[in-house]
Write a protein that binds this ligand. Structure first.
Ligand SMILES: C[S@@+](CC[C@H](N)C(=O)[O-])C[C@H]1O[C@@H](n2cnc3c(N)ncnc32)[C@H](O)[C@@H]1O
Length: 276
């Protein structure tokens, strides 16, 4: 059996045991397989089936394997159209509501990778909203399980590919090139607070007006876990608050009776009634 088939078989066995959704890994399996293969080498094992035996004898290895399954792909202004709609209509409405209620607008990027999504929001606020609503405060919290990703977020220097969708005037004003990377203006960085959290065990305190939960819960967690987590996440939304999910992941709307679709194409959902 080829290595790739062996790995596929191994993942077929291991992913559900980690509470993860096999379909989510179809396109990114090679990345996960490479990490596992390196681990097999490190342990001097003969292959995937020996690694399976090793895990069964050493249950602590499940945590190591769990870390290998993390997919960390992201970029600034991913799903560009949704950022336009956020800037044109969603943020103005949410900001007006927060302003009337004399409180900060609160936003959360869950599974934030190296900060691309949270910083995109900070950029939209800085470049499009701050003049319109000069006294309105915004709080942006970004969480991720991976310490390495959070360190990269703190450095906030990115490759050209990662910022290719940033509008040119924004790129010119808010990034500086240093040693081949594009580094974000510290004033924009300071708008975001990062926390290391495993979303399965901890979430930031709500309520939130806007939550990004893209390419994590619906994509990689098994349905029952995803439903449980989306209930908790949307439970943290204000009435009228919005959650954005990824384009290629299921969102269990039928299990979230307090939520309705805001834009199906843009994977945006709105909290229409309070949780009972
Ligand atoms: C594919 S990236 C998505 C980044 C961004 N949300 C986007 O859509 O561009 C998924 C991120 O979720 C993080 N992650 C994976 N499992 C997690 C968990 N249990 N709790 C919190 N973050 C997790 C990974 O470290 C990774 O940075």
């Amino acid at each position: 059996m080829s290595n790739s088939n062996e790995c596929q078989r191994f993942l077929h066995w291991a992913l559900p045991r980690l509470g993860l959704r096999r379909e989510g890994y179809k396109k990114v399996r090679r990345q996960v397989c490479k990490r596992i293969q390196a681990r097999i080498g490190e342990l001097h094992l003969s292959g995937f089936s020996a690694y399976r035996d090793y895990i069964e004898d050493n249950p602590g290895e499940w945590n190591t394997l769990d870390a290998f399954t993390r997919i960390t792909i992201s970029r600034f202004f991913r799903d560009y159209l949704s950022w336009q709609v956020l800037g044109d209509e969603v943020l103005p409405v949410l900001a007006t509501k927060a302003h009337k209620e004399q409180r900060a607008l609160r936003c959360w990027s869950a599974g934030c990778a190296s900060g691309e999504e949270a910083y995109s929001l900070a950029l939209v606020w800085h470049h499009r909203m701050s003049e319109k609503v000069p006294r309105q405060r915004i709080e942006i919290i970004a969480t991720d399980i991976d310490e390495h990703m959070l360190q990269r977020a703190a450095r906030a220097c990115y490759t050209g590919g990662c910022i290719k969708d940033v509008p040119l005037p924004v790129k010119k004003r808010s990034f500086r090139k240093r040693e081949g990377l594009y580094c974000l203006d510290r004033r924009i960085c300071d708008m975001v607070s990062f926390l290391r959290q495993d979303i399965r065990h901890a979430m930031p305190e709500g309520p939130f007006d806007l939550v990004f939960c893209k390419n994590l819960v619906g994509m990689y967690f098994k349905r029952e876990k995803a439903v449980e987590l989306f209930r908790e996440i949307t439970g943290r939304l204000t009435v009228g608050g919005i959650i954005l999910t990824g384009k290629h992941e299921p969102f269990p709307l039928e299990d979230l009776p307090h939520m309705t679709t805001y834009s199906r194409g843009l994977c945006m959902y709105i909290k229409s009634i309070p949780n009972s």
